[in-house]
Design a protein around this ligand. Structure first.
Ligand code: G3D
Ligand code: MG
Length: 181
């Protein structure tokens, strides 16, 4: 495709996945970046961000995706983790209500460290586990509204349901916001 001078833009956005341990942050990231579930990548959890390139119309977007490990929450890397983030997925596990409750703390951490302009999506993961589901949709929607999240989405890193859609939708919002400045 021909490069159209003056119309193409390049963006790099730092995006975070935050939430309690084992909600599926790493799985969602790997599914989106590599299209795989339960790979060896799952064991490799550090401060190394994943990069994903997305073409959106005339815009070229690189997402720098930072997936926090639970134990990093209280250590000195937290500041570095949050700094410069433009958006965050707040992830909970649809089979464990406490993981939704705990997102309140994560949200406060996020705002304190990344600023109040950060865009947020609330993500209820593991929606393939229908029989184990124990978080009513209305509870999730109430929390999404409370934190002014752009959307509430239910995903499965296992089946891939809404994984690409979540990242794409968030990216669209980021580009739209960037264009208004
Ligand atoms: P975390 O990065 O938030 O800590 P992980 O979570 O991505 O490591 O996932 C924690 C466990 O949940 C893993 O199981 C993973 O396979 C599983 N998991 C993640 N997403 C989904 C999902 O959408 N559906 C189902 N059914 N399981 C999921 P293990 O057994 O490897 O510890
Ligand atoms: Mg992880």
């Amino acid at each position: 495709m021909a490069y159209q001078r003056g119309r193409d833009s390049t963006y790099i956005f730092k995006v975070l996945l935050i939430g309690e341990a084992a909600v599926g942050k790493t799985s969602l990231t790997i599914k989106f970046v590599h299209g795989k579930f339960k790979s060896d990548y799952l064991l490799t959890v550090g401060m190394e961000p994943y990069s994903k390139y997305i073409k959106m119309g005339n815009d070229m977007v690189t997402l720098s995706i930072w997936d926090i490990a639970g134990q990093q929450r209280f250590d000195v890397f937290r500041t570095m983790f949050f700094r410069g983030a433009k958006a965050a997925f707040l992830v909970f596990d649809l089979t464990r209500p406490v993981t939704l409750t705990k997102l309140q703390d994560w949200y406060e951490d996020l705002i304190r460290n990344a600023g109040k302009d950060v865009l947020t999506f609330l993500v209820g993961n593991k929606n393939d586990l229908e029989d184990l589901r124990s978080v009513p949709k209305k509870d999730a929607l109430a929390f999404a509204k409370k934190i002014n999240a752009l959307a509430y989405i239910e995903t499965s890193a296992k089946t891939g349901t809404n994984v690409d859609e979540s990242f794409t939708s968030l990216t669209k919002n980021l580009v739209a916001k960037a264009k208004t400045y």
